[in-house]
Design a protein. Structure first.
Length: 756
């Protein structure tokens, strides 16, 4: 069957846009072809530095003929309506049929030739293409990522004729900008297209370009007893910058190796798109680099290597200057600058965030077995490197550079490590910190981010997550579960609300109002004085009961209890936070969703998370242990049958509840009770105490074993006992028994949330 080949040749397409462009072209072509009833046997797209290509195999030469029933006006409508419908369809009244009072025309539509449809499709795709950024060139009105130079469109070996903004389609294209002949050449199909591009120094497939880069770079390194430092992100980018990739090994001044290796690699990667090289004997960076040229130089790349070495030397000289200057100022001294750096308009300055991190770390440290003083110090200094020269030049090194500066100051290695790694894990594949001080700093950072943005109602919606809260939640989950840390989520949210004391200063107070207490916390509230302890404890409790605001004062606030507790805010509201209970509920629900995703990715049943979270538990370690035990239980015959019995019991109770209130109290042994009924009463009675012990001991597998003992009596009860007895006393007692079964099982999980 015929083949469609489309190439859109333009000036250089930004590498970061190419992968999405190939996907968008495939999606748009599939949608438009399918809408016309054209289904190719195969469709593939390619994207590179200058060209966006599509090939579709097995398209028919034309659409199939179509027959459609077209509804017209009602038979009772005026004649003018019918005449208009006949003109539109080109039919006569005798061609219409009366169907339920409506005129219906049976219309035959001959299939259109595929080239005609393709011409319309390509024009629509080009005009509607979703480039993140586009431009117009010269007098053209066409928007494209870069000026569009040529359109190749061939169907079954023939040109598909059309034009876009005065540019006609054709059957010619060009090769490499510099190494090609400079002349256009004709092609008839995809095989000839790919073959001729190769002859004109263009590798069409991005995966092949990547393979050539890696293979040639490794060969160059091996010849010099070196090893390539592989970087997938950089490889993806470089493969989009070149059409004929030629790796070149260059040398750099060994004196620069005294810089932190991350600085060298980042300078190479970000500014120059170079790959780093290491010495396989030591594992350390070697004074070399690999750059990828877009031409096969006649001198073997010597001139390219020398030129790139000079540029790299200049970059590293700048980095060395920043590195040396940064170490002249301590991290503590840099904190003052953070008072002028806004974290978020509704959350204050970065310095206030630092103070919250200190308080959060102090609360978290005992729970993770960390030294409190070191955890607080690490949290305090974690953001200090944001004002350094190196981080200003390379923002991706924040945290890492702070660790180096802490080392240079002679701070505790534990503190330096915590500063360096407090952003971890930054991604799904990033390593998880397991040192207590680092965990305290990492959790403080991520929990502050999460709770703060929920407190100002800046939550993720759909695919939109501008503050990366999903990533922060996943980071908390991985740290907590990785070391089995017992950190109740609601307690962490409460710690954040108590950290709002960071906003208190001589011109600003923290205001909270509840039915029990209305109070300011003024400047002296930050002092650790025995005089204020009772008041501060009450104030902290009030923070969890009402709405908190930060207000600017028209005078310096001094905390005088009998006066301040009755005063209303005298200044403007600067920051306004939602109630603790609302935020805590939403944060816990958010973690439930993220934990479900995490478990699903690990191959576990994510639907069980809701069944456990419904119990009100907010300890991630305990929740996962419960989910694991519940999943294992439901895989057994006892578990599956008991789940079915539970749902049957709940359905009966729901149906009866609609008729009126359910009977209350415990089921009793009645003279008329049958053996299965008595057996279930006994089994449920014994279950409660045993479940309490197992759950208190967090022996969730044991709790499931106890539940499994219900399976036989529940099955027997439903097989042999009529719940809706004609005798009301029997009916009520049996409903109480089913409610008892539901409630007993509800201690382990909310089984109504379990699917299947």
């Amino acid at each position: 069957m015929p083949q469609l080949l489309l190439e859109l040749l333009s000036e250089e397409i930004p590498a970061r846009m190419q992968a999405n462009a190939a996907r968008d072209l495939e999606r748009m072509a599939r949608e438009r072809l399918a809408a016309e009833g054209l289904l190719p046997e195969a469709l593939k797209t390619f994207c590179g530095a200058r060209r966006l290509t599509l090939v579709a195999e097995g398209l028919p030469e034309a659409q199939k003929d179509r027959h459609e029933d077209v509804k017209g006006p009602r038979t009772s409508a005026p004649d003018q309506a019918l005449e208009g419908f006949l003109r539109k369809t080109g039919l006569k009244k005798s061609d219409l049929v009366d169907r339920d009072g409506v005129w219906v025309a049976h219309v035959h539509k001959a299939g259109r030739p595929t080239p005609e449809i393709v011409a319309e499709m390509v024009q629509g795709i080009v005009r509607d293409f979703p480039w993140p950024k586009s431009m117009v060139s010269g007098t053209s009105k066409l928007r494209w990522v870069r000026p569009l130079r040529r359109i190749l469109c061939i169907f079954d070996g023939e040109i598909v004729p059309f034009e876009i903004d005065g540019m006609p389609s054709g059957d010619t294209t060009q090769g490499h900008r510099f190494m090609g002949s400079g002349q256009s050449f004709k092609v008839k199909d995809f095989d000839a297209y790919a073959e001729k591009l190769e002859k004109h120094f263009v590798v069409l497939d991005v995966e092949e370009r990547k393979d050539r880069i890696v293979d040639a770079a490794k060969t160059l390194c091996f010849a010099r007893n070196l090893e390539l430092v592989e970087d997938q992100g950089l490889l993806d980018e470089v493969a989009g910058l070149v059409e004929w990739p030629i790796p070149v090994l260059g040398d750099m001044d060994p004196a620069f190796l005294d810089l932190p290796p991350e600085v060298i690699r980042t300078s190479m990667r970000v500014h120059q798109r170079y790959f780093a090289v290491r010495d396989p004997r030591t594992g350390k960076l070697a004074p070399h680099f690999v750059t990828v040229a877009n031409i096969d130089a006649t001198d073997g790349g010597k001139t390219i290597a020398l030129g790139n070495a000079k540029v790299l030397s200049a970059r590293l000289s700048d980095a060395r200057f920043f590195w040396n200057e940064d170490r002249k100022t301590t991290l503590e001294d840099r904190l003052e600058k953070l008072k002028g750096v806004t974290f978020h308009a509704k959350l204050g300055a970065m310095y206030e965030r630092v103070e919250r991190l200190e308080m959060m770390a102090a609360a978290i440290a005992p729970r993770v077995g960390a030294d409190v003083a070191k955890s607080v110090q690490a949290a305090r200094l974690a953001k200090a490197d944001l004002g350094t020269g190196v981080v200003g030049e390379f923002p991706e090194l924040q945290g890492i550079m702070g660790g180096y500066y802490a080392q240079a100051e002679g701070l505790s290695p534990l503190v330096a490590e915590a500063i360096r790694d407090h952003y971890k894990p930054a991604g799904a594949n990033d390593e998880v910190p397991d040192r207590p001080v680092t965990m305290a700093a990492s959790l403080a950072d991520k929990l502050d981010t999460l709770v703060a943005f929920f407190a100002i109602n800046e939550k993720p919606t759909g695919s939109r997550d501008p503050f990366a809260l999903r990533r922060a939640a996943l980071g908390v989950i991985r740290v907590v579960l990785g070391s089995e840390l017992r950190i109740p989520l609601r307690g962490a949210v409460a710690d954040w609300y108590r950290s709002l004391r960071c906003f208190v200063d001589p011109g600003r107070a923290l205001w909270v109002s509840t039915p029990r207490m209305t109070a300011h916390l003024g400047a002296r509230g930050r002092a650790k004085s025995q005089e204020f302890d009772t008041y501060l404890r009450e104030f902290d409790e009030a923070l969890l009961e009402g709405k908190a605001q930060v207000v600017t004062m028209d005078r310096e606030v001094d905390l005088v209890f009998d006066r301040m507790e009755r005063e209303k805010p005298t200044g403007a509201v600067q920051f306004d936070f939602r109630r603790y209970d609302e935020v805590a509920d939403e944060v816990v629900a958010f973690f439930a969703d993220r934990l479900s995703v995490w478990l699903r990715d690990r191959g576990q049943r994510h639907d069980l998370v809701a069944a456990i979270f419904a119990l009100g538990d907010d300890d991630l370690v305990r929740i996962v242990a419960r989910v694991t035990a519940l999943e294992a239980f439901l895989k057994t015959e006892d578990g599956a049958n008991l789940l079915a019995g539970y749902k049957r019991a709940v359905n009966i109770l729901k149906a009866e509840e609609k008729k009126g209130a359910l009977p209350t109290g415990a089921p009793v042994r009645m003279a008329s009770s049958s053996e299965p009924e008595l057996a279930l009463i006994a089994a449920v009675g014994e279950l409660d105490a045993k479940l309490d012990v197992a759950l208190d001991d967090e022996d969730f597998a044991g709790a499931m074993r106890e539940l499994s003992k219900l399976r036989a009596p529940v099955d027997a009860f439903f097989d042999k006992v009529l719940v809706n007895s004609d005798v009301s006393e029997e009916r009520d007692n049996r409903l109480r028994l089913l409610a008892k079964v539901r409630d007993a099982m509800g201690q382990v999980a909310d089984f109504s949330q379990v699917t299947g």
